[in-house]
Design a protein around this ligand. Structure first.
Ligand code: A2P
Length: 317
């Protein structure tokens, strides 16, 4: 499998296992199956509420001799109520305890959105802090501290626009090396990919398959269903692979890491195999042509009456 190279010589396997929406109970088995079949990159986050189960699975896999810690790439993310220099290292230590790890390979600021520390689930305007009140630059100092303490080998961000990346690059002593964003054939993110790839920032694609298992509150009635796309289906049929595999191969071939979520053994295997599929130049162009500039995770859930965040100012669009 191809790997993305980081500045400190660590390497991230391009395809990993997504764990957003994987319920505790299911995720334990999924991680054990996945690592046994060859996954070496697991994408986690404190807010997914399943890091303890993942930690249990990772610990057993090491004890059983299936894998060594240094062969794994584990990413996790700082939740919104732990922005601010002083909060980052304690939050990361909690994640490490839950995952039963000594260090992460990559730690990301999950969203450019800050909540008050004592409120993990902000609902009303007073629960939020604007980025003027709680600047990303201050949170980044905590992220850099995490690297200096050896708690994470690499640091980065998630859901950041080009504008927010540029501001962060101006003040960062340790540059962000990853931006994890929604990316799939209906939301190809060409401008962001161009900026990141020419500035030494890797990209990870979340919701690569369209995340049709999102909670109902994050869905719209008129949504196009990515995994039923006729053009992708035509490519898939011709190659004798699945629609999901064409999508994953297309992302990886753009030099972008991809983290499909599955808790089903045959789909886990199918997704892993996709990393070895090559699309022709013509197929890559056909995929490029189906862009709809359509987000599934639209950021409107950060909008509350009188609050500091809107989808427009989160994405800078
Ligand atoms: P399941 O976990 O039952 O396999 P995303 O990665 O974009 O968030 O999408 C995850 C959704 O896609 C889940 O509902 C997952 O279901 C489903 N899924 C994962 N892999 C495949 C695949 N190869 N074919 C079809 N659906 C898939």
């Amino acid at each position: 499998m191809n790997k993305l190279q980081f500045n400190n010589n660590t390497q991230m396997p391009i395809l990993g296992l997504g764990t957003w929406k994987s319920a505790p109970g299911e995720v334990y088995t999924a991680v054990k199956e996945a690592v046994k079949m060859g996954y070496r990159h697991i994408d986690c986050a404190a807010i997914y509420g399943n890091e303890k189960e993942i930690g249990q699975a990772l610990s057993e896999l090491q004890q059983e001799g299936v894998v060594k810690r240094e062969e794994l790439w584990i990413t996790s993310k700082l939740w919104n109520n732990n922005h601010g220099k002083a909060n980052v290292v304690p939050a990361l230590k909690q994640t490490l305890a839950d995952l039963q790890l000594e260090y992460l390979d990559l730690y990301l600021i999950h969203w450019p959105v800050a909540f008050k520390h004592e409120i993990p689930g902000a609902k009303k305007a007073e629960d939020y802090l604007s980025l003027e009140e709680q600047p990303i630059a201050d949170t980044w100092l905590g992220m850099e501290e995490a690297v200096k303490l050896g708690l994470s080998k690499n640091i980065g961000v998630s859901n950041f626009s080009v504008l927010k990346l540029k501001s962060l690059m101006e003040v960062a002593s340790i540059k962000p090396e990853m931006n994890q964003v929604e990316l799939h054939p209906y939301f190809q993110q060409n401008e962001l990919v161009e900026y990141c790839q020419s500035n030494g920032i890797h990209i990870t694609a979340y919701s690569p398959l369209g995340s049709s298992d999102r909670p109902a509150g994050l869905k719209k009635e008129d949504e196009p269903i990515l995994l039923e796309d006729k053009n992708i289906e035509a490519i898939a049929t011709q190659k004798g692979v699945s629609i999901a595999q064409v999508i994953l191969a297309w992302v990886a071939q753009r030099g972008i890491s991809v983290i499909p979520k599955s808790v089903n053994p045959s789909r886990l295997q199918q997704n892993l195999n996709a990393a070895e599929i090559r699309l022709t130049e013509d197929e890559m162009q056909q995929m490029a042509a189906i862009n709809k500039n359509r987000r599934y995770v639209d950021g409107k859930f950060w909008e509350v009456p009188g609050g500091p965040y809107t989808a427009t100012n989160v994405w800078d669009e």
